[in-house]
Design a protein around this ligand. Structure first.
Ligand code: PLP
Ligand code: COI
Length: 341
């Protein structure tokens, strides 16, 4: 097989259709064996649960080409577990975790030509998702579901890659206490669209959401968790039941403590203390670590000492170590890299 003729280094974060995708259907109380297909379209009832009441959840992960030419996926077991949590909260059937990982492996193997080469700066983004496919008109869960996995080669989520971005404190809430902020439900993203379009129109790259109950604590952005660095180099990340438990963030906190020997804290972070941090970054599969240079709070600016030109020094170390692990340059903790080839 030959690599596709794609300008890997200039890819943005967009959809490029690849050859194969995995599909499994849930009917009469069980999942079928599933298979790969060339068909990139989905045909479902006009009254499908996903179309009427947004019964859908998804995951996001990446395949990387390592320095020595292997293809690996980063911690897919954690995505499998999180998708199970999402499915249960949305009254959907669970796609078994071992089958989830196998389906990812099969899909990536079938699209190896689209895995960007080492050093290109691009990766193969993997999107598993599930939705209610049978008709539902009263408000209740669907009886039939489809689980699918597609892949698409991607570049950086934010234009400019590692350049610091500017975000605003949003006037909208992302998630309610006891709501669905902790799972990867499509509905969380639908309701964030107006907020992100508004932020972009005002010239900001992203939103910082505060906790809906008190508007005093930092939650996350539309697609990433926060990490902060104090002036004495402690890595701090917000703890909240209404944010997505980011796999990247959990990995970074481990890297900070065990690879870089830094102090780490997962705790409530009050917005009032943000001005005192030395560095700020957004972390996630798509975002990797995107440094934040400036936060605009209704016209009042918080400018981090790391500035608008480059990542702060600790953020850079975290970035280099995490991507070093993902690309096989630095030894990974046991079980972090799932080898495809
Ligand atoms: N928070 C939100 C709302 C997200 O959509 C994502 C992306 O998956 C993350 C955080 C980061 O999570 P992860 O590191 O598991 O990709
Ligand atoms: C991810 O990082 O995988 C995400 O899902 C974030 C965004 C693209 C929704």
């Amino acid at each position: 097989m030959d690599k596709k003729n794609i300008d890997w280094s200039n890819l943005g974060f967009g959809y490029v259709q690849t050859e194969k995708r995995f599909v499994s259907n849930f009917k009469d109380g069980k999942w079928d064996d599933g298979q790969l297909t060339d068909d990139a379209t989905v045909v479902i009832s006009e009254c499908a649960g996903v179309l009427q009441y947004a019964q859908t959840c998804f995951e996001g992960m990446k395949a990387y080409t390592t320095e020595d030419g292997r293809v690996v996926i980063f911690r897919p077991d954690l995505n499998a577990k999180r998708m199970e949590d999402s499915a249960k909260r949305l009254e959907m059937p669970v796609f078994p975790q071992d089958r989830f990982v196998k389906a990812i492996e099969e899909t990536v193997k079938a699209n190896l030509d689209y895995v960007p080469p080492y050093g290109s700066g691009a990766t193969l983004y993997i999107r598993p998702y599930m939705f209610g496919s049978s008709s539902v008109i009263g408000v209740k869960p669907a009886e039939e579901y489809q689980f699918r996995v597609f892949t698409t080669p991607v570049g950086p989520y934010f234009k400019g890659g590692a350049k610091p971005i500017t975000i605003k404190v949003s006037d909208f809430d992302r998630a309610a206490p006891h709501g669905t902020g902790h799972i990867k439900a499509g509905l969380n993203y639908a309701m964030s669209l107006h907020a992100i379009v508004t932020a972009h129109a005002e010239g900001f790259d992203e939103n910082m959401y505060l906790d809906a109950a008190t508007r005093t604590k930092v939650e996350e952005t539309g697609g990433a968790n926060f990490i902060f660095v104090t002036k004495d180099n402690t890595v701090v990340t917000p703890k909240s039941n209404s944010i997505l438990p980011s796999i990247t963030r959990r990995s970074l906190m481990y890297v900070a403590e065990h690879y870089l020997g830094l102090k780490v804290e997962e705790r409530e972070v009050y917005f009032d203390e943000v001005k005192d941090f030395a560095e700020c970054g957004l972390c996630g599969t798509a975002a990797v670590i995107s440094p934040v240079g400036k936060i605009n709070d209704h016209g009042k600016e918080i400018c981090f000492p790391s500035g608008m030109e480059e990542m702060g020094p600790i953020t850079k170390k975290l970035y280099d170590t995490l991507t070093g692990i993902q690309m096989g340059r630095i030894e990974a903790p046991e079980g972090w890299l799932y080898e495809i080839k």
